[in-house]
Structure formats: structure tokens, C-alpha cells
Design a protein around this ligand. Structure first.
Ligand SMILES: [Fe+2]
Length: 231
């Protein structure tokens, strides 16, 4: 039996009615079975997401986000079949992204001066440092090979953008940059990031963090963020 969309929408007029109806008529396994039949096999939330008490029902809209660029991971896997030097690119890319994340978190702390946020981000930064040093050391080792250096330098120069920019778009990334680093004087972290990456073999030219934030970015044309929005 198939129901037209117009028929379906008559069953409820508001979210309250929709949720009440779902609570009354549905249960999780039925929803799961229907979604499987519709070939929606990646939308089901993990079973660990549960109500706080047994007499409660969790219902509402889920907003999944792309926390890790899984598509880039897949592309990396495919590309490594074509060149044995792709791991050097992958490690370098990882080092740049981990460093960018670290730099961004430090700037959030500086710009917001929020005690709770400072505690949380300081812990995350500790973790990110470990990730960074893994990628960086691997990259430095793999970039000893001239062909790996050439490939990595070319791909980074032409394709690297800050973490999150491919998902949220350049405009959002520039707005975030303008909030975190309002002036060149406040962008010491970005300069340190550029200098650190430029110490990798073949990437002596690297200045892409400052370039993204201050050269590619026409600050007069972008909106500003409040601390609350940025967080
Ligand atoms: Fe990380």
C-alpha cells in the first residue's frame, strides 16, 4: 500500500501531533524495518542513544553532522592504489589539519575566555597534540623521498583548505577566521602553524593558514560572528 504525501500530511498538523502519533502507534523496530525497506540503511541512530528513564520515549528530529571528513578518507584509500607516495600526502594533510585544529581551539579559548570552555578545550588540545605529532613525524619521514615531496607539495598547494571548509563552505570558514583572528597581530598562532608546516621537507613555501585568513579573505564583505555564534 502506498500513501500519497498529501494523505500523510493530513495525519498531523504540528510536530506535537506528529510526535504524539508516533509515540502512540510506532515502535522502534517497525520504524527500522520500514527504513530498511526504503533502503535508508545509514539513518538509524545507534542503540546507545536511549531515554534517561525506562518510562520515557525518545522522539524528535536527529541532525547528524559530518564530524570527520569520511569522504576524504575514502578518496585517500582509493588514491593510495595509484601511487605508493600517497601516504606521504595523507600524513602531511593530517599534520596540517591537526595543527589547524589546535590553533583554532587555542584561539577560541583566547577569544571567549569562558572557564568551562577553557577546561574542555584544554583537554581536547592535549589529545590533538598527540594526533599532530603522529602525523607530523610520519610526514617528515615519508617526505624524504623526492617524488613524495613533489606530489605532496603539489596537492597541498592546489587543494588544501582548512578543516570544515569543504563541509560548511568558504564563506563560513572566513567568518570563523575573522572572529578568531580579527587582526594580523592576533594571528600569532596562524603564523606559528605556517612556520611549523614549512619545516617539513618540500613544504618550505607553506603559508596557507595566513593566506586563507588574510589574503583570500575580503573582510569587508563578510559578516561578523558573536562569541556565542562562534561557539
Ligand atoms: Fe585530531
Amino acid at each position: 500500500m502506498s500513501l500519497e504525501r498529501s494523505q500523510l500530511s493530513k495525519l498531523w498538523q504540528s510536530d506535537d501531533e506528529l510526535f504524539a502519533l508516533a509515540q502512540r502507534e510506532l515502535f522502534t523496530c517497525v520504524v527500522g524495518d520500514v527504513m530498511d525497506k526504503l533502503d535508508l540503511q545509514h539513518q538509524f541512530l545507534p542503540p546507545q542513544i536511549q531515554p534517561l528513564r525506562r518510562d520515557m520515549v525518545v522522539i524528535g528530529r536527529a541532525m547528524p553532522v559530518l564530524a570527520v571528513d569520511v569522504f576524504a578518507e575514502k578518496i585517500a584509500g582509493i588514491a593510495s592504489h595509484f601511487t605508493r607516495h600517497f601516504p606521504a600526502v595523507h600524513m602531511t594533510w593530517g599534520a596540517i589539519n591537526e595543527m589547524a585544529t589546535l590553533t583554532g581551539y587555542h584561539a577560541v579559548i583566547d577569544r571567549t575566555r569562558h572557564p568551562m570552555l577553557t577546561t574542555i578545550l584544554t583537554r581536547i588540545i592535549k589529545d590533538e597534540r598527540r594526533h599532530f605529532s603522529f602525523y607530523y613525524n610520519q610526514a617528515r619521514r615519508m617526505l624524504q623521498d623526492p617524488a613524495a615531496r613533489r606530489l605532496t607539495s603539489f596537492l597541498v598547494r592546489h587543494f588544501w583548505t582548512p578543516v570544515g571548509a569543504p563541509v560548511r563552505g568558504d564563506a563560513d570558514a572566513h567568518r570563523m577566521c575573522a572572529f578568531l583572528f580579527p587582526t594580523r597581530e592576533s594571528a600569532e598562532g596562524l603564523m606559528e602553524m605556517d612556520a611549523m608546516i614549512a619545516r617539513l621537507p618540500g613544504l618550505e613555501w607553506f603559508d596557507m593558514a595566513m593566506r586563507f585568513c588574510f589574503v583570500a579573505d575580503d573582510r569587508s564583505s563578510i559578516g561578523s560572528l558573536t562569541a556565542h555564534q562562534a561557539v
